[in-house]
Design a protein around this ligand. Structure first.
Ligand code: HDE
Length: 717
């Protein structure tokens, strides 16, 4: 229906178009009673009768949301236009300050279920009641990059979980690495300034491979253990669903009698530990900067809910006295071989945020959020964090009332005498806003039984500003970590150090770093020096205390030594051409489904292809938009003509070449041979023929990368 007649009216009762003379009057597509073209050709929709009407924030109905109020058809805008002003005003303030660190994050809702009670050690109900499901919100993040940076930066990953327990919120704000760069909170701003983009030039973004980071590291021996982890493939995870999480610090569990047991928290992913290769990470960032967030979002939407076991390491004060390191030092870990893990529960993430700003962005994790029965240790880093996290929320969320934002609000009853402040959303009718009070004896009061009580730590000593000598050994565990890695993992640490230090322009920084590396392990330092083309002498760093070369290897520190993780939830990419074998495609689909992985079809055009039986196959990606770096294993199902045509497509040759260089298993029909040859693929155990049966290909793919191929595809120093 055209909207030129005066009888047309919108749901506000106003005459539609009464102030829009000269419009085309043509109905646009869609429901003709609701969609029309305005005077300047713009499309409008009016509310259906009885349907919701667009209003200002004060509730005033809006008659036109596309045209500002103006003086004449080509005249200036009028200041009186409150609809325009309010819309732009709100838009101007849509962003809140991003987190100084951990700005780029992704999150999900879920639950934690206790499977093994620690009720004998703690009064925390969340760790005491087997079968109890506690709602959680988990946020994963990179540290250095800004909010819009790419997911696969080489970086430590944040692993923060808010448990909405019956005794208040417990925030376990950890990382995917069990140690940290520094021993004292005082150094945190320096670390962050060094790793963030250099302030005089504003780059590099989300990268540690630059002068200021390594300058600071070279001057900070306590960071060496963390640097070994940072240079390992742990910092380029395949998915947040496939990484461990660690509370890092020692905490205390406290029982009803006030007895304390030390605890370290570990998250173990059900999908095992998986990482990508560095060259893959670089290319994924270009192909899909949202790789990790898309992966988590899609998995949860598909009902493929990621899961982690929560495990604890429990130890007493006496046990701690026997360790050859100080457990209050966050640059040290307790190997699982020394204090074994005890699995006590599981976390399942089963719901994506409904609104990323409201939840992922506004969630305010605070290390100070503990529940009765869990307490801090004296780790100086943790003690400093307890100030920082509360303080930072005021800058980010703008109000001391940030806990009233739904994602932060406890799900148990809460009440106190704190009042007013910016953006107070509670209308609190009470007259008495203090304790004690005779006027209101029924108001909330402290509880000696249920309340949080700090562990009665005996204290003595002098007020002083120095580091404990028990924190002085900076190299022994760095060495233990490096030597506990499998050969390909060691090779990757060497390669990462070569890459990072090659980006450092200042020779003195590179040389000082080599001096640290030779103390960690001579061979490590010499290999990195060779990769940098450094031919001078290396002056070893001088450790504050002798490095212990006799620490036993700890295989638990290696990702590969933990065994081959399941193939469940991974992605197989198949490059398919016109005329390709329908039987091969069918067998591939069956084999992939058999291991609960996902198959993505890549074709020369997104319209898909016609197979040899005349059937149509839909594409998930067009060739250039679906590079092989997005997949865990790849297959090429081509016809003779299809493979021939792909020889002239550099994206197709790169597709196969990259898969080979990234040590992936490649399945191929015989007709794909010329493409594999053009891509430089050499036959090995990871190059598997696909005929009418793709089972052998999937079995090979599920066994993981072909590490033995690596020396054939790049120089291993
Ligand atoms: Fe953080 N850290 N941090 N950190 N951190 C922040 O808090 C800080 C440290 C960690 O998804 C900030 O709300 C100091 C260790 C995670 O929202 C800030 C020190 C570990 C997240 C802050 C540390 C972490 C943060 C920035 C040295 C692993 C993201 C915005 C004493 C155990 C949480 C914010 C989320 C975020 C300070 C060291 C993990 C500035 C001062 C060690 C996972 O408050």
């Amino acid at each position: 229906m055209a909207r030129t007649t005066k009888s047309d009216s919108n749901a506000t009762g106003k005459q539609a178009g009464s102030d829009r003379s000269g419009g085309s009057g043509k109905a646009a597509t869609g429901d003709p009673t609701q969609v029309f073209v305005g005077t300047g050709g713009e499309r409008h929709q009016v509310a259906a009768p009885g349907g919701p009407v667009l209003t200002t924030n004060a509730g005033t109905p809006i008659s036109d949301d596309h045209n500002s109020l103006r003086a004449g058809p080509r005249g200036g805008l009028l200041l009186e236009d409150f609809v325009l002003r309010e819309k732009i005003f709100h838009f101007d303030h849509e962003r809140i300050p991003e987190r100084v660190v951990h700005a780029r994050g992704l999150a999900a809702h879920g639950y934690f279920e206790l499977t093994d009670s620690l009720a004998d050690l703690t009064t925390a109900l969340v760790l005491g009641e087997v079968g109890e499901k506690t709602p959680v919100f988990a946020r994963f993040s990179t540290v250095a990059g800004n909010k819009g940076s790419a997911d696969l930066a080489r970086d430590v990953r944040g692993f923060a979980v808010k448990f909405y327990t019956k005794q208040g919120n417990w925030d376990l704000v950890g990382n995917n690495i069990p140690v940290f760069f520094i021993q004292d909170a005082m150094k945190f701003p320096d670390l962050v300034h060094a790793v963030k983009e250099e302030p005089d030039r504003g780059f590099p973004q989300a990268a540690s491979a630059h002068d200021t980071f390594w300058d600071w590291i070279a001057m900070t021996p306590e960071a060496m253990h963390m640097v070994m982890w940072q240079m390992s493939d742990r910092t380029i995870p395949r998915s947040v669903r496939m990484m461990q999480g660690f509370g890092v610090h020692s905490f205390r569990l406290v029982d009803a009698a006030g007895k304390s047991t030390f605890v370290k928290f570990h998250w173990m992913p059900k999908l095992g530990l998986q990482s990508v290769c560095w060259d893959e990470a670089v290319k994924i960032n270009g192909a899909d900067a949202d790789y990790h967030r898309r992966d988590l979002y899609n998995a949860i939407e598909a009902g493929d809910f990621p899961e982690w076991e929560l495990a604890v390491q429990l130890f007493s004060e006496e046990d701690a006295a026997g360790f050859d390191f100080d457990h209050l030092d966050a640059t040290k870990l307790i190997p699982e071989e020394v204090v074994p893990l005890r699995v006590i529960g599981r976390m399942v993430l089963d719901r994506n945020p409904a609104n990323v700003h409201a939840e992922t962005e506004q969630v305010a994790f605070c290390t100070q959020n503990l529940v009765p029965g869990i307490d801090f240790s004296d780790d100086p880093l943790l003690q400093g964090r307890n100030f920082s996290y509360l303080d930072t929320q005021l800058s980010r969320l703008g109000s001391t009332n940030f806990n009233q934002i739904p994602i932060n609000a406890p799900k148990c009853p809460f009440a106190n005498m704190q009042r007013d402040g910016h953006m107070q959303t509670l209308v609190q009718p009470q007259r008495v806003t203090y304790t004690p009070s005779l006027l209101d004896p029924a108001g909330p009061r402290e509880s000696h039984d249920a309340g949080f009580r700090s562990f009665r730590t005996p204290l003595e000593g002098t007020k002083q500003r120095d580091r404990s000598p028990t924190f002085a050994d900076h190299y022994s565990q760095a060495r233990q970590f490096f030597l506990s890695q499998t050969e390909p993992e060691q090779d990757h640490i060497v390669a990462a150090l070569i890459f990072e230090l090659s980006k450092v322009e200042a020779a003195i920084v590179r040389e000082t770093m080599l001096g640290h590396l030779v103390v960690i392990d001579e061979d490590l330092g010499e290999r990195v020096a060779a990769g940098l083309g450094h031919d001078g002498a290396i002056v070893p760093a001088t450790p504050a205390v002798p490095t212990r070369a006799n620490l036993p290897l700890a295989p638990s520190l290696s990702m590969l030594a933990r065994g081959v993780p399941p193939f469940t939830g991974r992605q197989v990419g198949a490059l398919v051409t016109d005329g390709a074998s329908a039987a091969a495609v069918a067998s591939l689909k069956k084999a992939v489904a058999g291991v609960s992985a996902m198959l993505k079809i890549v074709c020369p055009t997104v319209g898909g292809v016609t197979l040899d039986d005349g059937s149509k196959l839909k594409a998930d990606h067009q060739l250039a938009g679906g590079p092989s770096v997005l997949f865990d294993a790849v297959a090429v199902i081509a016809s003779d003509n299809g493979a021939g045509a792909l020889l002239a497509e550099s994206a197709a040759v790169a597709w196969v070449h990259d898969a080979f260089a990234h040590l992936k298993v490649i399945g191929a029909t015989a007709q794909a041979g010329p493409l594999l040859d053009a891509a430089g693929v050499e036959p090995d155990e990871g190059v598997v023929g696909i005929g009418k049966d793709a089972a052998a290909f999937i079995t090979a793919a599920a066994a993981g990368r072909i590490w033995a191929r690596e020396p054939d595809v790049r120089t291993v120093y």
